[in-house]
Design a binder for this molecule. Structure first.
Ligand code: IFM
Length: 462
């Protein structure tokens, strides 16, 4: 008797047709060339030079030297079959003092980059602002000054008029929560101010900048306008405890709703308005602002890394990254962690995407950042990073589950294309799919890069 061995077909978890796959970076984190072609300092140049602010005194002066090596980097993107490349424009290159005339040499860099990407078959996706505010604007109050939002709209106009014929998808801001609450609330990001009123003023002016920027992009003919927020699922430690539930609602307000509501519903929720009032910032919200802020967008970018777990505890001081959040603690989540001690829990991503679809229906979603820092050790030409593969694999399954539950998810971009300047953590925290040897600037694709490339080619996971 002959036994016919059946060869089992590997099961593939497929993503929708046309799903956009890619990777993301940001200007200050990779470009270097801090004084090239008329660029002037940003708040991050100043902050990084301030002793004690950035791990080991690292700065973005050289970073990955992408400004000079962009052609090599684009070739790598293409080799890995990356469909979409999300990058940001450096405001201090394009308008070095923030508000004056356009610096053609600065804008020309992005012109070259966009052409290089298109020639390599990679779609450029542009973010206008990823935290590098020109220092001159900060000298006039930065995001606490309403004028900064108006200057941002001018930046949008300059950028779209130069690149709009070739760039389809435009994002106004990246993670305004970080700009407002880390920049002006607890001061761990530039400009390093610790001032609750300033944090709430910045919040509203960033929302306004988004709205004005979205209008400027539309007027300049942008096809797809978006905003990227760092959102998360905020969970009460004991869901049955009223105080824990209230704590979760407040943190959810500051992390998620204070950005989502004005943009997608045209108003701030009452509990958030109460905080603007408490910190003497409600006067910044002028008649007509919310109409501007709620200018329709075509896509909401979601950056997700970890869920939040909160519990009420009488007497706990406020976390300055959430000014006004007295009486709340953040218990250990009991999950495995990344090299930065961030808990790994992909269920927070499914919950978040499904929640956005239910609470804010009608706006397509895209995961514009997701990834993890691990300690990568190169061995010759190879960097084995099984933990990063595991992290991304789990999060892609979580994304797939959200799609199955009805979320209108259009794409997934891994953070990050290559190792880079991880803000206050400097260069020691490596998020890249590509390993960067900073001493030689040699790029080495990690195992995760090859693995992700296979996922893209098959539009799914085995
Ligand atoms: O590196 C950052 C990025 O600039 C914004 N989102 C989170 C990433 C990891 O911390």
């Amino acid at each position: 008797m002959t036994v016919v061995e059946e060869k089992a077909e590997p099961r593939v978890l497929r993503f929708p047709e046309g799903f956009r796959w890619g990777v993301a970076t940001a200007a200050y984190q990779i470009e270097g060339a801090a004084t090239a072609d008329g660029r002037m300092p940003s708040i991050w140049d100043t902050f990084a030079r301030t002793p004690g602010k950035v791990h080991r005194g690292h700065t973005g002066d050289v970073a990955c030297d992408h400004y000079h090596r962009y052609a090599e980097d684009v070739a790598l993107l293409s080799e890995l079959s990356i469909g979409t490349y999300r990058f940001s424009l450096a405001w201090p290159r394009i308008k070095p003092d923030g508000s004056g005339p356009v610096n053609p040499r600065g804008l020309a860099f992005y012109d070259r980059l966009v052409d290089e990407l298109l020639a390599a078959g990679v779609e450029p996706m542009v973010t206008l602002y990823h935290w590098d505010l020109p220092q001159t604007l900060e000298d006039h109050g930065g995001w606490t000054n309403r004028d900064t939002a108006l200057h941002f709209a001018d930046l949008a106009t300059a950028a779209v008029s130069k690149l709009g014929d070739r760039v389809r998808t435009w994002t106004t801001l990246n993670e305004p929560w970080c700009s407002a609450f880390l920049g002006y609330g607890n001061g761990v990001h530039a400009p390093g101010r610790v001032d609750a009123q300033a944090a709430y003023l910045a919040t509203h002016h960033l929302n306004l900048a988004h709205g004005l920027g979205a209008q400027a992009l539309r007027a300049g003919g942008a096809q797809e306008v978006s905003l990227t927020l760092n959102l998360t699922s905020v969970r009460p430690h004991d869901p049955g405890d009223r105080h824990d539930a209230d704590a979760a609602r407040l943190v959810d307000g500051l992390q998620n709703r204070i950005w989502l509501d004005p943009v997608l519903r045209g108003h701030y929720a009452d509990d958030m308005l109460a905080l603007f009032q408490r910190f003497d910032a409600a006067g910044a919200i002028l008649d007509g602002d919310l109409e501007i802020i709620s200018t329709p967008i075509d896509l909401l970018g979601v950056n997700y890394y970890q869920p939040a777990l909160v519990a009420a505890q009488i007497g706990a001081p406020a976390n300055l990254a959430y000014p006004g959040s007295e009486g709340i603690i953040y218990p250990d989540q009991g999950k495995p962690t990344t090299a930065m001690d961030w808990p790994v829990d992909e269920t927070g991503l499914t919950d978040l995407l499904v929640r956005l679809s239910v609470d804010y229906p009608g706006t397509p979603l895209m995961v514009t950042e997701n990834g993890a820092a691990y300690t990568d050790v190169p061995a010759g030409d190879r960097v084995a990073d099984p933990e990063r593969i595991g992290y991304i694999d789990a999060h892609l399954r979580a994304v797939h589950a959200a799609i199955s539950e009805g979320a209108d998810l259009r794409g997934y971009l891994a953070w990050s294309f290559m190792d880079n300047f991880e803000w206050g953590y400097g260069y020691d925290s490596r998020f890249g799919l590509i390993y960067v040897d900073y001493a030689t600037q040699r790029r080495v694709p990690k195992d995760s890069a090859r693995w992700f490339s296979d996922v893209i080619r098959r539009n799914g996971l085995e």
